[in-house]
Design a protein around this ligand. Structure first.
Ligand code: MG
Length: 396
């Protein structure tokens, strides 16, 4: 499939749930989150990410007033709400049916309870669905997952390396997911967990692209206090963390710096991919959180990190910030080496780090210096990196 026409992308916003886990009060998508409701925040984020895409909200039949109040003027910017069904699957099916009169090329199906969706994530969803037809964001799982029996005893632990926590937006070629929904319904299936499960059931391979730790689903009341900060101003506890790392030069024909592969006369020695800059930045974030260091969370003695891409470590640190309800305000890294010359790659590295972090470019700095041929970096025996991170956390 060629690149989709941006005018032919639609977003189905699932907002028909009742939010049983939220306790008393209106469903979570209609609750306030800073100056706006959750659903209005989600719509604003999606409009900023994909201005051309038409957004189709699907709501519960009892919620028209809540919807109108929660959306305000934003209601004019989206399609008229579609009435959902008794299950998530039924609600998505209703939304897809509403779109089918003038079908889009691609449809992104997103939960209204994930209001922190970023433009970068939406772009990845569109790109992945264009190439793979069915694609979902997934996050590597850092906790060890156990399966248990009815009595609460452990029955197994699936290998963590193969596990991903699924997020939305899940993105599909419209015809594929529409047909899958119709086929499932025709066979009496009406309660599948998500659209990826439905696409798999219909026999389609579902690609998993990198999700975002910040793209959390608001589920419990506590999510609204600690995790619901919408801007840095809401986070008064300002932390500065620093990181430092060194890797020795060795055999190879490239180095990884800030998630960018740079051809070079030698490589860097390390248990992982030896991305010295991402390691320093990861430690800077962990330092701001006072939450250990990279070696503690990802011991070099653990074979599963052998050759690992270091964005894995960096994303874990970002996820720790999100779990604390915080945000990273700024990252600043300095590479210390004679070669490779960093200048020609500086903006690529900067964009790479901003992309992995989900931060605007103007909050990410990459600098480089030599050590005037002095010391181990000056003699080309290794590359060093220093980093600082500003992290903002909710009031304790
Ligand atoms: Mg290191």
């Amino acid at each position: 499939m060629s690149a989709p026409n941006p005018d032919k992308i639609a977003i189905l916003l699932v907002a028909a749930g009742r939010g049983a886990r939220m306790g008393e009060g209106p469903p979570k998508q209609y609750r306030e989150l800073g100056p706006r409701s959750v659903i209005a925040s989600a719509v604003a984020a999606l409009r900023a990410a994909a201005p051309q895409a038409r957004i189709w909200p699907v709501i519960h039949r009892d919620d028209f007033e809540l919807y109108a109040a929660a959306m305000g003027a934003l209601a004019q910017e989206v399609a008229a709400p579609v009435i959902g069904g008794a299950t998530r699957q039924a609600s998505v099916r209703a939304g897809l049916a509403a779109m089918a009169g003038e079908p889009p090329d691609l449809v992104l199906i997103h939960d209204a309870a994930r209001p922190f969706v970023s433009a970068a994530l939406v772009a990845r969803a569109i790109d992945a669905a264009s190439r793979h037809l069915a694609a979902i964001p997934g996050l590597a799982v850092t906790d060890t997952i156990k399966s248990v029996d009815a009595a609460g005893f452990v029955t197994g632990a699936p290998p963590r390396a193969h596990l991903r926590a699924a997020q939305t937006p899940q993105a599909f070629k419209f015809g594929l997911i529409h047909a899958a929904h119709q086929a499932a319904f025709a066979q009496g299936l009406d309660d599948m967990t998500d659209d990826a499960a439905l696409a798999s059931w219909a026999g389609h391979a579902v690609h998993v692209f990198e999700g975002e730790a910040g793209n959390m689903k608001l589920t419990h009341p506590a999510d609204f206090s600690a995790k619901a900060a919408r801007s840095l101003e809401d986070l008064p506890d300002i932390r500065i963390g620093q990181g430092f790392d060194v890797h020795a030069c060795g055999a190879g024909d490239h180095v990884w710096l800030g998630g960018v592969k740079i051809p070079h006369a030698h490589g860097l020695v390390g248990h992982s991919d030896a991305d010295v800059l991402l390691h320093a930045l990861t430690d800077a974030i962990l330092g701001a959180l006072a939450d250990g260091d990279i070696g503690q969370h990802f011991p070099p003695s653990d074979p599963q990190w052998k050759g690992a891409a270091s964005d894995r470590f960096f994303r874990d640190a970002m996820e720790r910030v999100a779990r604390r309800g915080g945000m990273v305000a700024h990252l600043d890294g300095t590479l210390i080496c004679e070669t490779p010359k960093v200048g020609p790659h500086r903006e690529t590295i900067r964009a790479s780090i901003a992309g992995i972090a989900g931060l605007p470019l103007d909050r990410v700095a990459v600098k480089a210096t030599t050590s005037e041929k002095l010391g181990f970096t000056g003699r080309g025996e290794g590359i060093a990196a220093m980093a600082m991170a500003t992290v903002r956390l909710p009031a304790a």
